[in-house]
Design a protein around this ligand. Structure first.
Ligand SMILES: NC(=O)c1ccc[n+]([C@@H]2O[C@H](COP(=O)([O-])OP(=O)(O)OC[C@H]3O[C@@H](n4cnc5c(N)ncnc54)[C@H](OP(=O)(O)O)[C@@H]3O)[C@@H](O)[C@H]2O)c1
Length: 259
């Protein structure tokens, strides 16, 4: 491979933090960032799972650290950054991946569902990004924040109004932060996955309804984890040095529909 191309995705010497790394996409993103050379701080509430992930990254020759982190708790977020900084240095790459889903018809959705879905998927992205960018600016380092939105942030879906609203908010938050943070050499972009099987949707995609749904959408299949690897690295690394404030769908063309 051409040396300049390989160097552009090389994250050696950088510290990356992934929220919600205890399962699904987050565990994959952490593994990919470590494979690209970053020291990866993996955060979530289920620390036992994070420790298993750290062991698997280390077994491959990567560097990782597990930190307990509840993104809905400011003190927990601050403590996780403090712990990361003290152990491995200032965080330069943040992947805001922690997320939850709770489907309901619009008319049936409740106050509790709004708080649960919007707090974790949107407010916490603001909280973690704000904390991270303030620290990057203080440390005088350039940074990259990658917010994991969804194609539902770009197009609504039945029974997903709260989730889609929160993810649309993540995309506008991404652009708003990008508009201000470029002066501090911090880029902020959003990755908008289509459907990938994880704990968040496994039951649905194993159901008959889920299978029928897959038969109707443009790629006629779920995405595979590795299909998110290079899009993530593009946004996180210097390969994407001229990308700022974008929302990148990775969905096999699911969003592209004929009228
Ligand atoms: N799978 C898809 O098809 C798909 C498509 C588009 C977007 N996404 C987005 O991708 C992200 C990852 O989802 P996934 O599919 O990988 O789901 P998942 O397997 O259920 O993982 C969700 C992760 O979020 C963490 N989390 C939830 N609440 C948290 C909190 N309060 N504090 C810290 N961590 C928290 C969970 O960790 P703990 O419970 O251990 O804290 C878990 O690691 C989400 O933002 C989701 O909306 C997924």
């Amino acid at each position: 491979m051409n040396e300049a191309i390989a160097k552009s995705i090389d994250l050696s010497g950088r510290v990356a933090l992934v929220t919600g790394a205890s399962s699904g996409l987050g565990a994959h993103f952490a593994t990919v960032l470590a494979q690209a050379g970053a020291t990866v701080v993996v955060g979530a509430r289920r620390v036992d799972r994070l420790q298993t992930l750290v062991a698997s990254i280390e077994a491959e020759g990567g560097k990782a650290l597990a930190v307990a982190m509840d993104v809905n708790d400011k003190a927990s977020v601050v403590a996780a950054f403090d712990q990361a900084e003290a152990a491995v240095g200032a965080v330069a790459i943040v992947v805001n991946n922690a997320g939850v889903a709770d489907s309901a018809r619009f008319v049936d959705s409740s106050e509790e569902q709004w708080d649960f879905v919007v707090d974790t998927n949107l407010r916490a992205v603001w909280r973690v990004s704000r904390e991270a960018s303030a620290r990057m600016i203080k440390a005088g380092i350039s940074g990259s924040i990658v917010n994991i939105a969804s194609i539902l942030g770009l197009q609504p879906g039945v029974s997903n109004s709260l989730y889609a609203t929160a993810k649309a908010g993540v995309i506008q938050l991404t652009k708003s932060a990008a508009l201000e943070l470029w002066r501090n050499n911090v880029r902020v972009n959003a990755l908008c996955p289509g459907y990938f099987e994880t704990e968040i949707n496994r039951d649905f995609f194993h159901s008959e309804k889920g299978q029928q749904y897959l038969g109707r959408i443009q790629p006629r299949r779920l995405g595979q984890m590795h299909e998110l690897s290079m899009p993530l690295l593009l946004l996180a690394s210097d390969a994407g040095s001229f990308l700022n404030g974008v929302a990148l769908p990775v969905d096999g063309g699911h969003l592209v529909q004929s009228l």
